[in-house]
Design a protein around this ligand. Structure first.
Ligand code: ZN
Length: 686
């Protein structure tokens, strides 16, 4: 007892020493980097809606990886926000393998201090998981996309590292009204009344923003977290887009003169947080396919609300972060994790019946097998009749070994959840991986008085709030008084809800894979990581996850055998010229004969240039990443590609313009890929 007291006193003493005095600011090493991760723009199913007909057919905005290196001289951390639907486990693993192979970067970074988080855009190409459940809608694993993502994230980290300079970090918080609504209110309302009473809303409206400024005054970038789904653009869209968060980043970066092709430039990241039950579409309605503000009020609202608040917080930030940089990371096996507070173990993964309902406002299933709220008792699941039917149905549909679903311990572990797909015990083949990952990474970063929890799933409003409290209490003695949840980080394991929400088995609860105590388990582990930071001790790295890269069936589509153009035409020939003149606000369009988009992703480049005549020479004014342009691909005949380029001139100035298209075509005999360009006649914008 006395010994315990002595240790506690020593801890308190240590805490007093290392906790920064109020108002004391620290100097950090800070670097930012941004790199293109846009994948194949033709015939690849998009990640997010699980709609197999939603295939890429062009580009609205390019997808980017935005990286920040932050260090205190002794230790460094990397935070990446990537315009992706999910951050799959093999992406994190392979990015870290590339870092390990890099003689310079490997001196500073590894899986322990690199945090990769996805924005959760629902309009990017998929097929980059390696786990069957997440590659299934894409009909397999798409190496071209996987490699573009892994390399792009790695390049962004490399740029951030090369750009490191001494600077200060300012922190600011505000709230955004009317930007997100709770789509699972019934589940949320099952949280304790006393807990709900602590908050004014059933969504987390807090935006937390970091402003990075070099000691010489140079603005390095901003990084903010705000909880809202980036699915303002619906599942009928076929253009790659960063959705509301990608567009908000674009606007902020445009204000700061960001050059996407430069090795050093201002970076503005809009990262994801506890948005598991937060839709941008309540009150606006999701526009199924539109990528313009005029046609998509939900998109306009979510973009401008986030952008405006970030600008306000950035411009008014005065408080500086202070204190040391630190991190802890561990892998945990979620099949067998003992949860002390529940005196129970977590469960092998499983997806509940209500996952088939989809989520209202964002992606409801037109024909759900089971509605939201389907529980073991409501289904009388124990009679086995329903699951016998489903096992034969799904077991026949998917050609993998369907396990015995009468495993009593597995079912008991999942409590209220009737398992529809036993993702944690079903195998693609007898020696293959399970359908979703079960050895997952948990990580805490500390940047002065801010703590960041890397959560390897989507996480609901209240679950996120509990994690934030866990970090504040775990690291409070080390001076931490700000905390954020970085969701969809390092791995994707679907959703995570609170114990009370789990009991209701709404869509998000049905997609909480490791049973009723998953949140308590992760809170326990975050506490362990926080304690290790406070005590300066190491944590057991945990088991090594299996490498499943490419283990799902290789995707068969997404390539052209060869490209061709009609007789008398060449690649880049204009098929339909723009009009000779337009009024501002009109949408200009032109059609070219072109090549297949996936021949070359034109990474860090563009498929189109809007050129303006200035002093007798044409200069570029917009490219394929600018949201006022679209690059649209359509197959014509067997081997022809028709490329339609549009330009919304609402914000353009009067003048003389023309449209250039750049692409790559493939020769059938040799597979040789060659670049081409074409340009339209000029036109007047009045
Ligand atoms: Zn989601």
């Amino acid at each position: 007892m006395l010994r315990v007291k002595m240790i506690m006193i020593m801890f308190l003493f240590t805490a007093v020493i290392i906790a920064p005095a109020p108002g004391f600011a620290s100097t950090y090493l800070i670097g930012s980097g941004i790199y293109d991760i846009t994948g194949p723009a033709a015939e690849v199913v998009m990640m997010g809606y699980d709609v197999s007909s939603q295939k890429t057919a062009g580009i609205h905005t390019r997808l980017r990886s935005r990286a920040f290196v932050i260090g205190d001289g002794a230790k460094r951390v990397v935070f990446v926000s990537a315009d992706l639907g999910m951050l799959f486990q093999m992406v994190k693993v392979k990015v870290c393998e590339k870092i390990a192979d890099d003689p310079l970067l490997s001196q500073f970074y590894n899986e322990q201090n690199v945090l990769l988080s996805a924005t959760h855009t629902h309009n990017g190409p998929g097929g980059f998981s390696g786990y069957f459940l997440y590659d299934e809608p894409e009909s397999g694993f798409i190496w071209q996309n996987f490699n573009a993502i892994v390399n792009g994230i790695y390049q962004s980290i490399k740029l951030a590292h090369n750009n490191v300079q001494s600077g200060r970090i300012l922190i600011n918080q505000g709230t955004i009204e009317g930007c997100g609504g709770n789509r699972a209110v019934t589940a949320y309302n099952n949280n304790p009344a006393a807990e709900r009473a602590q908050y004014s809303s059933n969504t987390d409206k807090t935006m937390t923003l970091l402003k990075f400024v070099a000691l010489n005054g140079e603005e390095i970038g901003e990084l903010n977290w705000y909880a809202v789904h980036p699915d303002s653009i619906g599942p009928d869209n076929h253009l790659i887009s960063g959705d509301n968060k990608g567009w908000a980043s674009y606007l902020f970066e445009k204000d700061k003169g960001t050059n996407y092709q430069a090795s050093k430039t201002f970076v503005a990241a809009f990262a994801q947080s506890n948005a598991g039950d937060v839709t941008p579409n309540i009150g606006y309605g999701q526009a199924p396919k539109y990528v313009t503000f005029a046609q998509n009020p939900s998109l306009k609202n979510a973009v401008l609300k986030q952008y405006n608040e970030a600008k306000t917080l950035y411009n008014s930030a005065t408080q500086e972060l202070s204190g040391s940089v630190d991190f802890r990371h561990e892998w945990v096996d979620m099949r067998t994790l003992y949860v002390a507070s529940a005196n129970a173990y977590t469960c092998a993964a499983g997806m509940g019946a209500s996952m088939s309902a989809g989520s209202p406002y964002d992606n409801p299933s037109p024909t759900p097998l089971f509605p939201d709220g389907t529980t073991v008792s409501s289904l009388n699941w124990n009679d086995n009749a329903a699951e016998t039917v489903l096992s034969s149905l799904l077991g026949g549909l998917f050609a993998f070994a369907w396990p015995a679903t009468n495993d009593a311990a597995y079912k008991a572990c999942q409590a209220e959840k009737p398992v529809l797909i036993p993702t944690g015990i079903a195998h693609l083949n007898i020696n293959g991986p399970t359908m979703t990952p079960q050895i997952v990474p948990l990580q805490v970063l500390k940047i002065g008085n801010l703590a960041i929890a890397a959560v390897p799933s989507e996480v609901t409003t209240m679950a996120g709030r509990r994690i934030i409290k866990t970090l504040i209490s775990g690291l409070g003695s080390a001076g931490v008084n700000y905390s954020v949840v970085a969701a969809l980080a390092n791995t994707y394991t679907s959703y995570m809800v609170t114990r009370e929400e789990y009991a209701m088995q709404w869509y998000e609860g049905a997609c909480t894979q490791f049973g009723p105590n998953q949140l308590a388990a992760w809170q326990q582990e975050y506490t362990r990581l926080c304690n290790a930071i406070v005590n300066g001790t190491d944590v057991d790295p945990g088991p090594t996850p299996e490498d499943v890269t490419g283990l799902t069936v290789d995707f068969a589509g997404g390539t052209a055998v060869f490209d061709d153009v009609p007789l008398g035409k060449s690649f880049g020939s204009v098929s339909t010229q723009p009009n000779s003149s337009y009024k501002r606000g009109d949408t200009v369009s032109a059609v070219f004969w072109g090549g297949y988009p996936n021949n070359d992703l034109r990474t860090q480049d563009t498929f189109l240039v809007i050129e303006k005549l200035v002093n007798g020479a044409y200069v570029p004014v917009a490219r394929d990443w600018d949201p006022e342009t679209t690059y649209n691909w359509a197959r014509n005949s067997i081997a022809y590609s028709k490329i339609t380029i549009t330009w919304d001139t609402t914000n353009a100035s009067a003048g003389t313009y023309r449209i250039r298209h750049k692409g790559n075509w493939k020769l059938g005999w040799t597979g040789k890929i060659s670049a081409y360009e074409g340009v339209t006649n000029s036109f007047i914008l009045n």
